[in-house]
Design a protein around this ligand. Structure first.
Ligand code: CTP
Ligand code: CA
Length: 230
């Protein structure tokens, strides 16, 4: 089914979901961005709202319409640092954080406050980049025992091993691992194939299905995990 049968699964739960891509500014007219559509995170926000949760959707750049629901509060961010600040303000009050955003890994070392001009003798141009904050890792390091944090992992190789490393290194309770290689990629598509990893549990491989179906299954799994209290 496309919708959950039980609409009370996350009743009275505060859920923060991040979606879309962050952008790092180079100069007033240019940025470094990525191809995230925001579809997965938005589908999760809708599924959580349908399950009765009080949802805050923190969105970067998306290529689809944002949900309009009294249960979904929308917060806009641009850069990775904006996203980090938005979460630092709100995480303590949340029961669940789901990091579906495609966060930039690097940003320009400095922002140039005027449009960078091409010059006659520069055949090559290079930009110095520095690592952004690992938002998930920083936020999840402050996680209380009663909070649940779900991350995503986009991989083209060694999916399970890389995703498992992220589960541990980022202190997440769950990682939704997604193979972004090949022709049936996830970016922009309405469908995806994911494997869910949890500590001390066998990976759960779901079939290729719509992002809405993945979102509903994920919300169901999360609500089960909350009830078990582990
Ligand atoms: N993430 C984050 N902050 C970053 C980079 C990633 O919060 N600066 C989050 C993403 O939202 C996702 C998870 O970390 O939930 C994994 O993102 P991914 O890009 O797969 O992994 P990285 O840790 O960035 O490593 P790499 O890109 O090298 O695989
Ligand atoms: Ca990354």
């Amino acid at each position: 089914a496309d919708f959950l049968a039980n609409t009370d699964l996350l009743k009275n739960k505060k859920v923060i979901i991040t979606a879309g891509g962050t952008r790092e500014n180079i100069d007033p007219v240019r940025f470094i961005g990525n191809r995230s559509s925001g579809k997965m995170g938005i589908a999760i926000a809708n599924a959580a709202a349908h399950a009765g949760a009080d949802v805050t959707l923190i969105v970067g750049q998306v290529s689809v319409e944002l949900p309009q629901s009294p249960q979904i509060k929308i917060v806009h961010v641009t850069t990775t640092e904006d996203l980090f600040n938005a979460l630092q303000k709100r995480f303590a009050a949340a029961d669940i954080l789901i990091m579906a955003a495609a966060v930039a890994d690097y940003r320009p070392v400095e922002f140039i406050d005027h449009k960078i001009k091409k010059s006659a003798n520069n055949y090559n141009f290079s930009l110095s980049l520095t690592e952004t904050t690992d938002v998930l890792k920083e936020i999840a390091s402050k996680k209380r025992a009663d909070q649940l944090v779900v991350g995503f992992a986009a991989e083209t190789d060694d999916l399970l091993q890389n995703a498992n490393n992220k589960l541990t290194s980022k202190n997440a309770d769950m990682i939704v691992a997604n193979n972004v290689g090949g022709t049936q990629g996830a970016f922009g598509s309405d469908q995806n194939q994911v494997t869910v990893l949890q500590k001390n549990q066998d990976p759960i491989k779901w079939p290729r299905q719509s992002k809405m179906q993945i979102a509903n299954q994920l919300i169901e799994l999360i609500s089960l995990k909350l009830k078990q209290g582990d």
